[in-house]
Design a protein around this ligand. Structure first.
Ligand SMILES: NC(=O)C1=CN([C@@H]2O[C@H](COP(=O)(O)OP(=O)(O)OC[C@H]3O[C@@H](n4cnc5c(N)ncnc54)[C@H](OP(=O)(O)O)[C@@H]3O)[C@@H](O)[C@H]2O)C=CC1
Ligand SMILES: O=C(O)[C@@H]1CCC=N1
Length: 262
């Protein structure tokens, strides 16, 4: 297996696979600069000569595709599947870059692969049951595989699930900062905000009722929570805010897809 690029996202996937028993000897990492890598692995700047990979994980930045393809495309053949985590880089573009490759799959993971809790959003160029089984087997130790029906859905899926952790991390920070501004010790506020989100997310994921209903269960009539919810809900504030956040991220993903075609 070859990793092309192994930074935040590629490194998290590799770490998760190593934690799940992947033999490090089967991994070759190609990237320009030496850096600390999962499992103490070393990267190399050049592609191995005379070797053909079974699987290539494309995990560099989207704008680096042309550079990568110039060197990698001649080395991949029918039996080399390519899995790309590149945001906004569509299957047609990947196929044009790697005309001789085996199957091409797009994956949108998030950083929670290291705790086996990333939705693993997938789409491939062909509706191939064997390929799906193979990908599910490969990626289910990192989170829940979730196949899209069409590639157009990848824009919003990327905003929600790929970028989503960043939005939630900001929310946790904002809760902690606000609690500190309102009188709590800063470190204690940070600790409590994180523990509360962790507990609430676990509860919601295990609950038979929706998060909306759970919010109502927390809020006593005329109680403390209702006053806070009223602020979130005033003029549809929180929905409007998150709509705008997802729309901005989704539109950037769409724009990146257009840039890749230009
Ligand atoms: N970060 C995230 O949460 C998510 C990221 N993604 C996608 O993952 C991809 C990587 O993002 P991220 O990990 O955050 O980025 P990073 O900047 O952390 O990592 C980029 C990697 O690409 C390598 N690289 C740079 N140039 C080349 C090249 N010419 N050939 C091979 N490798 C190269 C870098 O190597 P070096 O260090 O040696 O320079 C580095 O290992 C992006 O396409 C992004 O869209 C998708 C979902 C979530
Ligand atoms: O910000 C980005 O472009 C990538 C895609 C999803 C998460 N990180």
């Amino acid at each position: 297996m070859w990793f092309v690029g192994c930074g935040n996202m590629g490194g998290a996937i590799l770490q998760a696979w190593l934690d799940n028993g992947l033999d490090a000897a089967k991994v070759t990492i190609i990237k320009p600069h030496a850096s600390q890598l999962p499992g103490g692995l070393q990267s190399q700047p050049d592609y191995p000569e005379g070797a053909t990979p079974d699987l290539v994980m494309l995990a560099m930045k989207p704008y680096q595709l042309d550079d990568v393809a110039a060197k990698l495309a001649p080395l991949v053949g029918d039996n080399s599947h390519i899995v790309s985590v590149l945001a906004g880089t569509e299957i047609d573009i990947l196929r044009a870059a790697f005309p001789k490759a085996g199957k091409i799959v797009r994956l949108m993971p998030n950083m929670a692969v290291t705790v086996a809790k990333s939705p693993m959003i997938l789409i491939s160029e062909a509706d191939d049951v064997n390929l799906k089984d193979q990908m599910n087997h490969l990626f289910s130790p990192l989170g829940q595989p979730e196949w899209l029906e069409n590639e157009g859905q990848m824009h919003i899926a990327t905003a929600l699930s790929g970028s989503g952790p960043a939005f939630l991390f900001r929310f946790i920070d904002a809760l902690a900062v606000s609690a500190a501004e309102l009188g709590m010790d800063k470190d204690q506020a940070a600790r409590l905000a994180l523990a509360m989100v962790d507990g609430a997310a676990t509860l919601a994921s295990r609950s038979a009722v929706s998060p909306g209903e759970l919010a109502n269960q927390v809020a006593s009539p005329n109680g403390v929570t209702r006053k806070g919810l009223d602020v979130l809900d005033a003029d549809g504030r929180v929905n409007a805010l998150l709509h705008d956040v997802l729309k901005a991220a989704m539109e950037r993903n769409r724009e990146m897809a257009e840039e890749a075609k230009a």
